[in-house]
Design a protein around this ligand. Sequence first.
Ligand code: SAM
Length: 273
Amino acid sequence: MSDEELALLNDLLSSELGIIFAESKREILESRLRPRLAALRLRSFRDYYLQLQYANGDGASERRELARAVTNNETYFFRESYQFEALFEQAIGGIKDHSAQPGVIRMISAGCSSGEEPYSLNIFARENAFRAFGWSVEIDAFDVSDARVRAACAGSYTETSLRGVSPEQVQRYFHSGDGRYHLKPMYRAGVRIRLGNILDRASYGLPAMADVIFCRNVLIYFSETSLRRAIANFAEALRPGGLLFLGHSESIIGLCPDLEPVRLGSCIAYRRV
Ligand SMILES: C[S@@+](CC[C@H](N)C(=O)[O-])C[C@H]1O[C@@H](n2cnc3c(N)ncnc32)[C@H](O)[C@@H]1O
């Protein structure tokens, strides 16, 4: 892949998906896109760029293939669960007091991959139901990869997804069979999963403003322009006082005046002013 091809593809990836591949990640991008070039019988990455940019009809379907090919979908149940603990043990009271829709706590999982994050959140909500007695938790989860959205809707997992779950918890939350683990229906209820793009606020499909947004281990792959657009969208989707949680290696301090950092136990979240 030439410098020019990397720059063209990065422009397109950044504006469509937010993602950018640094010079040092060029080979990763190449290896992820090579199967697409082969499938389409294209000779160069430039031809692939032109196909994405200009082909009628096919351009749109190829963009779905592109999202599948370039995204890193790594995730597992109860990942960074100290954030769920902080949310339910320390913040839930304040969230109820200022909820946009009394009786409902509305959460978003943005970049939900195959569903481990929103389902973990839902499990925590059910285990902590006594902290918000009489309230329902609704979770809108979305991802830009249609393959991941289908996997999330299926709610069926291998052991890899359960590496952070104890054997007792596996028994409690999953039915097992055929070497797979199927999340029990009661832990799927209340989670809506859809295809959506963090850069396109309308695609979140929210019926009302959100109280909490989780967007973890997604923005690390974003260009700076897209990062700013993403957090402006989150600020718009959150009601005043609502909370944004990012992955532990991600920070937006100083990037958006509408989102101020707050300490919750051992973690930092961002509160909509
Ligand atoms: C590394 S996974 C993280 C999954 C989960 N949030 C976690 O922390 O375990 C990143 C996910 O973000 C999704 N993603 C990347 N760009 C996106 C965008 N613009 N809109 C929605 N999802 C996106 C990818 O498809 C991928 O499934």
